[in-house]
Ligand binder design. Structure first.
Ligand code: SF4
Ligand code: FES
Length: 212
């Protein structure tokens, strides 16, 4: 694969074809904030926090850096008044859902976000999808999924699978930027397989979706 050359924050950078802007920036020591990215997972482009500005043939546009591939000759800006303002709003919106997330609190401090700007609607899950995707793509256990759509969307442990595999795994727990994942697991376990699932004589798992 040939190298692609472009400019990022005033520096000339080379990267392999099909590298994303996020990977190229990080490779060059330039930090871009992310909430739904994980290096072992397929790019997702869900949280939009990693937006950057790309100038190509004299025209500028905002792109999501974790899914946007590098291109020859583009000029990339990872911070500007406009980018910071958008990131600040994204953080403020997410804080209405997960006001106690330490990751969001750190980002709020960096971007001067007001945690009380939007009315609180604590659902705690910010739909980053890290848990669901990690369980499917890396752990390959498929014990988690999303149910419903839009604002009603929520993660759900699949009791029949979770009862068999989750207690010995829990690799997804540290990925959650809020504490919702652990809480959802504890609730699912209490409701669907209180005996631990794998224990002899444990109750049959009952179907249950995680509840807010
Ligand atoms: S439970 Fe946590 S890791 Fe899973 S989608 Fe919600 S915020 Fe992301
Ligand atoms: S990290 Fe790029 S959209 Fe979430």
């Amino acid at each position: 694969m040939s190298d692609i050359q472009f400019e990022i924050d005033g520096r000339q950078v080379k990267a392999k074809e099909e590298t994303t802007l996020l990977e190229a920036a990080r490779g060059a020591g330039i930090a871009i904030p992310t909430l739904c990215h994980h290096e072992k997972l397929e790019p997702f482009g869900g949280c939009r926090l990693c937006i950057v500005e790309v100038e190509e043939r004299g025209r500028s546009r905002l792109v999501v850096s974790c899914v946007f591939p590098v291109k020859n000759g583009i000029i990339v800006r990872t911070r500007s008044e406009k980018i910071d303002r958008i990131r600040k709003t994204i953080i403020e919106l997410l804080m209405a859902h997960a006001p106690d997330s330490p990751q969001l609190a750190a980002l709020a401090e960096e971007y001067g976000a007001d945690r009380d700007r939007f009315e609180k609607d604590p659902s705690f899950c910010i739909h980053c999808g890290l848990c669901v995707r990690y369980c499917a793509e890396v752990a390959r256990k498929h014990a988690l999924g999303f149910v419903d759509r839009g604002i009603r969307k929520e993660i759900c442990f699949i009791p029949e699978i979770a009862a068999e595999v989750c207690d010995d795994c829990k690799e997804c727990f540290p990925l959650c930027p809020t504490s919702y994942l652990q809480a959802a697991y504890v609730l699912t376990k209490a409701l669907a397989f209180p005996g631990g699932g794998k224990e002899p004589g444990a109750q049959e798992p009952k179907s249950v979706a995680s509840k807010k």
